[in-house]
Design a protein around this ligand. Structure first.
Ligand SMILES: Cc1cc2nc3c(=O)[nH]c(=O)nc-3n(C[C@H](O)[C@H](O)[C@H](O)COP(=O)(O)O)c2cc1C
Length: 346
């Protein structure tokens, strides 16, 4: 069934195919039953997950299909990136699919319908068993990015199980500067004090890019510890291209995701786990396309994982398949629960 669906969707350009997938998910009358196993259940940041596999940000930008994503087996969904005001994003075409490399390049630029539409969709939430994170970012023409984050965090906290501060998209000019030590400290300080003033207590994650030097990641760890940020999401797409990729990818600007990102994101995950040793929660994302890949990130220190590109290539049954595989891998290694496997490969 997935093969027929995927072949059909490949007839369309990637962005149209994505919009059709959203419609199919939204209006599907029935869903296959979700694979569940006790060993996959875990608690992270005081939230309960039936499994550690989440849908990464960018798939459900306007919070339209998170209920359906839970029904096909995702343990959680990160909706967004949402901005204060509706935004068209960059000119089309802006998403490129490379089947031979199992990779996607996108330069969407936070296309979304804005926070009001997003929150009215979230009000229809009925999947309370499956956590929903809200990923926030500034409008491209915002005069002050930090004000946008603070404003958004204050609006979304009631609807979110956790909030993600996205400072890592390569497609909004100057956004990644926020990953520099001084800028990041200013952002965290202002945001944390605004939430503290209102006694808002929500897990906060910062989603980082995979393209910095080691020192920069150590600076991030210091800040995250200093301000008691819940965790880091590693990582967003990369602007770099490996030499082994096809020419077409080399020439298309934007963020690269999928298989070619896997080892690069893993290196940073491992570095961060060694630096933090469990003091912050790490969510591993980048190039996961099987239960085995997810397990590798968990063994490198990820408490939860997310994926996007492989879902576009393999279709909805991937998630049940991955969870089954993950349960087998845990058992094979003699663990009773996925939590025992976190960081076990370090
Ligand atoms: C088409 C597309 C759109 C994306 N949009 C966002 C976004 O809005 N916000 C964000 O934080 N990440 C976004 N991402 C990045 C993903 O959340 C994820 O970090 C990245 O794709 C790596 O995971 P993957 O290799 O499993 O795709 C997007 C990725 C893709 C492919």
């Amino acid at each position: 069934m997935d093969k027929i669906l995927i072949n059909l969707l490949r007839q369309f350009n990637p962005e149209t195919a994505h919009n059709i997938s959203l419609k199919l998910l939204k209006y599907a009358p029935v869903f296959p039953s979700v694979y569940k196993h006790k060993s996959l259940e875990l608690k992270v940041a005081d939230l309960s997950f039936i499994n550690p596999i989440g849908m990464a940000a960018g798939f459900d930008k306007n919070a339209e299909v998170f209920n359906s994503l839970a029904k096909i087996g995702f343990g959680f969904t990160e909706c967004g990136t949402v901005t204060l005001h509706p935004q068209y994003g960059n000119p089309k075409p802006r998403v490129f699919r490379y089947i031979e490399d199992q990779a996607i390049v996108n330069r969407l630029g936070f296309n979304n319908k804005g926070i009001n539409n997003f929150l009215s969709n979230l009000a229809k939430r009925n999947n309370f068993g499956s956590p929903v994170g809200i990923n926030i970012g500034p409008n491209k023409d915002s005069k002050n990015f930090i004000d946008d984050y603070v404003n958004l965090a204050n609006q979304v906290h009631d609807y979110a199980d956790y909030i993600t501060i996205n400072i890592s998209s390569p497609n909004t000019e100057n956004l990644r500067n926020l990953q520099n030590k001084n800028e990041l400290e200013e952002l965290i300080k202002v945001l944390v004090s605004s939430l503290n003033d209102k006694k808002i207590q929500k897990p906060i994650f910062i989603k980082i890019n995979p393209d910095e030097n080691k020192e920069s990641y150590k600076d991030i760890v210091n800040l995250v510890n200093k301000y008691s940020i819940t965790g880091l999401i590693i990582s967003n797409t990369t602007i770099h291209r490996g030499n082994d990729l096809s020419n077409k990818i080399q020439n298309e600007s934007g963020g690269l995701s999928g298989k070619p990102l896997f080892s690069k994101a893993n290196e940073i995950l491992e570095l961060l786990y060694r630096e933090t040793q469990g003091s912050v929660v790490l969510i591993g994302v980048g190039g996961i396309s099987s239960g085995y890949d997810a397990y590798q990130k968990i063994k490198l220190g990820a408490s939860l994982v997310q994926l996007y590109s492989a879902f576009a290539f393999q279709g909805p049954n991937l998630i049940n398949r991955m969870n089954k595989e993950l349960a087998q891998l845990i058992k094979k290694d003699g663990f009773n629960s996925i939590s025992e496997a976190i960081g076990s490969g370090i």
